[in-house]
Write a protein that binds this ligand. Structure first.
Ligand code: NAD
Length: 289
């Protein structure tokens, strides 16, 4: 999809942060946007600024963890614009706590948004893309934390963001096998300024009670907030995402600061596998397969 003019993007979590920045960048290149979010005030404000800049915008109140709401989103987008070319499965939250303190409601909330939200987005829009038969693209938002997933007190996040990687890799392989015109990008941001997933508790469902945080969680959140506030400008990230869509790139690591962390993980895994191959079992050489 080289030219975004008159293309239609559905962006979940489009009322704030990364989703809103992608919407702005997409509209600036002549695209039309459908913003889906659970936060009506954020949706209204985001739409007002986009419309003021001349963009065509539809807002749809959507909880991505509810299949029927994502189905209704697709219907609304189709009725307004007639087609959808890009789906950015971006809505994301985190419940900060130790694994020992996380409640089942914490897990249900974060898995519902971060994993079921992406599953719903793919499940609902893939048949629409296939029926259209024209070039189309999914951007599934994971995180550097979805690839490394080792930070304490972020288990809900790492588990779900890793799962988004798994879903997206298999989807991409299947689409390439079939010679499909549908592309997939896995977006793995790291610290991005003017974004607010760190404050995801503002969207905590009423039926998920707040429990006291484990020792050290507040300090970690404060440290993360500091690096996020000094992170990559969100507009730079959005420009890189649209470049990746146009070039049909699978992996998108928009911030160069993630390179040493990813390289260190690859080196570690490589050496662990090499050591395993050299180990003996009960004094005998390990079987080669
Ligand atoms: N900000 C970063 O530095 C960073 C780093 C790595 C990954 N990410 C990922 O990028 C995505 C966007 O993060 P952000 O920082 O821009 O967040 P944000 O909080 O600024 O925006 C997320 C939006 O999602 C909406 N949302 C929450 N629950 C929802 C639901 N159930 N249904 C629909 N919308 C819902 C919120 O109302 C909000 O408008 C997330 O998936 C996040 O995990 C962000």
């Amino acid at each position: 999809m080289e030219d975004l003019r008159d293309k239609v993007a559905v962006i979940t979590g489009g009322g704030s942060g990364i989703g809103l920045a992608i919407a702005r960048a997409f509209a600036a290149q002549g695209g039309r946007v459908v913003l889906a979010d659970i936060d009506d005030a954020a949706l209204a404000q985001a739409a007002a600024t986009l419309i003021a800049s001349g963009a065509e915008v539809l807002t749809v109140h959507t909880d991505v963890s509810v299949l029927a709401e994502v189905e209704a989103l697709a219907v609304a987008a189709g009725e307004r614009f007639g087609h959808v070319d890009l789906v950015v499965n971006n809505a994301g939250v985190i419940a900060w706590n130790s694994v020992s303190r996380l409640t089942i409601e914490d897990w249900r909330w974060v898995v519902g948004v971060n994993l079921w939200g992406v599953i719903h987005g793919v499940h609902v829009f893939l048949p629409i893309f296939e029926a259209q038969g024209t070039p189309a693209h999914f951007v599934n938002v994971s995180s550097v934390g979805g690839v490394l997933a080792e930070t304490p007190f972020m288990a809900t996040y790492g588990a779900t963001k890793s799962a988004v990687v798994g879903l997206s890799l298999a989807l991409d392989s299947e689409l390439r096998l079939g010679g499909s015109p549908i592309g997939v990008s896995i977006l793995c941001p790291s610290n991005t300024a003017s974004t607010y997933v760190i404050d995801a508790e503002r969207n905590r469902p009423a039926d998920a009670p707040v429990v006291a945080r484990a020792h050290g969680v507040d300090q970690l959140v404060a440290a993360v907030r500091d690096v996020v506030d000094h992170g990559q400008p969100v507009g730079v990230l959005a420009a890189r995402v649209l470049d990746a869509v146009k070039a049909n790139r699978l992996w998108v690591f928009p911030h160069p600061d993630s390179q040493p962390m990813i390289q260190a993980r690859l080196d570690l895994l490589g050496s662990v596998v090499a050591e395993a191959g050299a180990q003996t079992i009960d004094g005998n050489a390990a079987p080669s397969s």
